[in-house]
Design a protein around this ligand. Structure first.
Ligand SMILES: O=C(NCCCCc1cc2cnccc2s1)c1cc(-c2ccc(F)cc2)cc(O)c1O
Ligand SMILES: [Mg+2]
Length: 214
């Protein structure tokens, strides 16, 4: 039986990146996915936009929906101040196993809590089980049709506060029309679009930044 894409990405990291060096892990994954095989990482075109929003927010408690191999997890976690934490949700156990190893290779396992399971089950547990009061920053990068229901779930669970920043990947490709319509028309959000490209391609894609107004 052959290897999976996450296993091949982990091997590339173990063979080329420096243990404990997050920048080298990011560069290794981008080189591998640009030259060898495309993968659904936020990538090196949208990545700097993600970096700039995270740096601006400086979140103490952040949430990521959709870990995959941990590429954006590392991009976010490397910018967090010590004492801050990033909770990342992954539903696929095979991805979770690989992501944990890639996050550890980057030396960021102390700032990251990877939870396995569907967002709709885990989000309602955040307050009681994971002792989260509210999130300062949320990166949406999971099933595109879940962006809207999960945003409403975060609102209903009282996990957003005045000023919480939501940043959504893939709002053009594959696209999240219902989510975009909601955050761009709701009086409870101030939204703006950062035009970019689908990871490792020339296809248009972008990130939507939406500030919850309370
Ligand atoms: O599907 C994408 N990401 C979601 C997969 C994660 C599924 C999960 C569900 C779930 C539920 N609960 C908790 C955790 C999780 S993780 C995705 C796809 C493309 C793409 C693919 C083909 C193509 F031609 C053009 C773009 C590009 C991207 O940047 C993506 O992010
Ligand atoms: Mg994505």
């Amino acid at each position: 039986t052959g290897s999976t894409q996450p296993q091949r990405i982990l091997k590339a990291v173990q063979n080329n990146a420096t243990w404990g060096d997050a920048e080298s892990v990011i560069a290794t994954i981008d080189n591998y996915c640009r030259r060898k095989e495309w993968a659904m990482n936020v990538g090196d075109d949208k990545g700097p936009i993600l970096d700039s929003v995270v740096s601006e927010v400086s979140p103490k408690v952040a949430l990521e929906l959709g870990t995959y191999c941990g590429y954006s997890t590392i991009r976010i976690a490397r910018l967090l101040s010590p004492g801050s934490c990033l909770i990342t949700l992954e539903f696929n156990p095979d991805c979770a196993i690989i992501a944990r190893q890639i996050i550890a290779w980057a030396g960021l396992q102390d700032r990251v809590q990877l939870l396995e399971g569907p967002s709709k089950d885990l989000i309602p547990q955040m307050k009681e089980s994971f002792r989260v009061k509210s999130f300062d920053f949320v990166f949406l990068d999971h099933w595109k049709e879940y962006y809207l229901p999960d945003t409403k779930l975060l609102e209903e669970c009282g996990l957003l506060r005045k000023g919480t920043v939501l940043l959504a990947d893939n709002v053009i490709c594959p696209g999240t029309p219902k989510y975009l319509e909601y955050v761009r028309n709701s009086p409870r959000y101030e939204s703006c679009y950062f035009k970019s490209h689908l990871e490792y391609t020339k296809v248009e894609d972008g990130l939507e930044k939406s500030v919850f107004l309370g």
